[in-house]
Each structure stands twice: as structure tokens, then as C-alpha cells.
Ligand binder design. Structure first.
Ligand code: HEM
Length: 139
């Protein structure tokens, strides 16, 4: 454990707010965030704790980061939008070695979430939540 300074935590807090500012302005992410997040300050505190753990190896976040995403209805293309907003917010708010850690973990988790939520492949090659319907045999 590497206890972060108040300034370091404040930078993460700014990053989370900037991420949501950009996400809410994004055509794909905006409606998803708007639909599911209503109590913004507690949510921002939870996400700030999550990223503080990732960057500074603290143990503040008590949740399960994957679980809430299972009930959200969004397409796999949302991940590219999410990463673009996250990476720009991390780069703009954090020290270079902090943003490098956050971006590395974000890319890895985004990939894991994507595989977990979209385990199938649609006929056009895009990730899909559901398996293909069995073709009718006519018998
Ligand atoms: C397509 C990509 C994503 C979308 C649309 C998305 C959307 C959301 C939404 C709407 C919530 C609030 C859910 C609720 O409170 O009911 C949430 C929570 C959260 N997300 Fe994501 N997310 C995405 C990817 C990620 C990734 C890749 C990470 C981690 C690197 C992440 C970390 C979190 C965390 C830590 C929470 C808080 C969970 C809690 O309340 O304990 N998200 N996300």
C-alpha cells in the first residue's frame, strides 16, 4: 500500500468528473450514463476510490466493478467510446506514470468486460451478447 497524498486523490477526482463530462457529451455513452446514474456524488466517490486503488494500490473500493455492467443494455461499440473518454481524461488530469497505469488497467478491464458481456460473434463478425439462433432444419 502506498498512501496517496490529498493532491493525488484530488487529481483522480478531477479525472472522474472530466471522464463523465466527456462521456455525457458523447452520443453513445451519454444516454447510457444518463439512464443509469442518478446519484452522481456517491457514484463519483465510488469510482474515485476504484481508480485510487488501481493507481496507488490502496483498498478503498469495496464493490464488484464488473457486476453493475451485466444489467446495462449497450452495444460493444460503447467500449471504444468509453476508452477514448477515459484515456483523454486520465492524460489531462494525472501525472504521466499515474495515467500510464490507469490506461493500462482500463484497456485490460475493458477487454475482459467485453469478452464477458459479448461472448458470441454475430454473422458480420461483431461481438454479440447472444448466440446465433439455430437454423431451422425444416423437419
Ligand atoms: C462500454 C463501457 C462501459 C460502460 C457503458 C459503463 C457504464 C457504467 C455505468 C452506467 C455504471 C453505473 C452503473 C450503476 O450504478 O448501476 C458503471 C459503473 C462502474 N464502472 Fe463502468 N462502464 C463501462 C466500462 C467500464 C470499465 C472498462 C471499467 C473499469 C476499467 C468500469 C468501471 C466501473 C466502476 C468501478 C463502476 C462502479 C461500480 C460500483 O458501483 O461499485 N466501467 N459503468
Amino acid at each position: 500500500m502506498n498512501e496517496p497524498t490529498d493532491t493525488q486523490v484530488a487529481a483522480i477526482d478531477r479525472m472522474v468528473r472530466l471522464f463523465y463530462e466527456r462521456g455525457l457529451a458523447d452520443a453513445v455513452l451519454g444516454p447510457i450514463f444518463f439512464e443509469s446514474i442518478h446519484d452522481w456524488e456517491p457514484h463519483i466517490a465510488v469510482v474515485r476510490d476504484f481508480w485510487t486503488d488501481v493507481i496507488h494500490r490502496t483498498t478503498r473500493y469495496r464493490g464488484n466493478a464488473y457486476a453493475p455492467h451485466m444489467k446495462l443494455d449497450f452495444g460493444a461499440e460503447a467500449f471504444d467510446h468509453w476508452l477514448a473518454c477515459f484515456e483523454s481524461a486520465a492524460t489531462d488530469c494525472l501525472a504521466p506514470e499515474e495515467s500510464a497505469t490507469a490506461i493500462r488497467v482500463a484497456r485490460h478491464m475493458a477487454q475482459s468486460f467485453k469478452v464477458g458481456l459479448f461472448p458470441f460473434t454475430a454473422p458480420d463478425g461483431t461481438p454479440s451478447r447472444k448466440p446465433l439462433a439455430k437454423p431451422r432444419t425444416g423437419t
